[in-house]
Design a protein around this ligand. Structure first.
Ligand code: ADE
Length: 227
């Protein structure tokens, strides 16, 4: 069974309408819908915005449904001129840009306890998602995706995250899901379509482009699930 997590129903889009025999349940306020897409058993969840909801959702999904892997789909702000609105970012790894214990001597982004900054995504998932993107001719870049409890809409913060972590896109859940998967030894990958430029214009781009971008990510996921 493949686990699919989106933060908002906008990001789950029409994915659930493709499910056969859907069965729903709500746990801790998060709706989980299990069913089949093509030949693939899936469990989907809309977790809510931010790292806490994302972690809560991923851990619950793992304990309740035992997925063989988890994919986080949705939208993101771009951190590089190589990714424009509508393009896809596939995570090679994830980082938490707001994790900072540097005042006591750690490198910024270090996750104490597991002692890593970058959490690697699963190589097989990365290459299969990229192959599907190529087949659909959607421009796609693989790289580090940075998460934090912040909608990035400021050129200074954008540059800081891009430069500090060599990150290509920013969002608010992927690295929390990555951390939960890491400690549970579950393969994961973050797949995000670009909705905005994460700078001074992002508050204007986001409402206009988020739906189109979210649908682009779902389009790729459906191609992957129907493979
Ligand atoms: N999701 C989409 N755009 C984003 C941004 N600019 N910052 C954080 N999360 C996002």
């Amino acid at each position: 069974m493949i686990g699919i997590i989106a933060a908002m129903s906008l990001e789950m889009g029409h994915l659930r309408t493709h499910m056969n025999n859907p069965v729903s349940e709500t746990i801790s306020g998060i709706s989980f819908v299990r069913g089949r897409i093509g030949q693939q058993e899936v469990v989907t969840a809309v977790c809510g915005i931010g790292k806490v909801f994302a972690a809560l959702c991923a851990q619950t999904m793992i304990l309740r449904y035992a997925p063989s892997c988890i994919i986080n789909t949705g939208v993101a702000g771009t951190l590089t001129s190589e990714l424009s609105i509508g393009h896809l970012a596939v995570s090679s790894c994830v980082v938490q840009h707001d994790m900072d214990t540097s005042a006591i001597g750690d490198p910024v982004g270090l996750i104490s306890g597991i002692n890593v900054i970058e959490i690697p995504a699963d190589k097989t998932l990365i290459s299969r998602l990229c192959d599907c993107a190529n087949a659909l001719q959607i421009p796609t870049l693989t790289g580090c995706i940075a998460s934090g409890d912040q909608f990035v809409a400021n050129p200074g913060r954008k540059t800081y995250i891009a430069d500090t972590f060599s990150a290509i896109a920013c969002e608010m859940e992927g690295a929390a899901i990555g951390q939960v998967c890491y400690v549970n030894h579950i393969p994961f990958c973050v797949l995000r379509a670009i909705s905005d430029s994460a700078d001074g214009s992002s508050h204007m781009d986001y409402p206009v482009f988020s739906k189109m971008a979210a649908d682009q990510s779902v389009r790729l996921l459906l191609a992957y699930l129907n493979e």
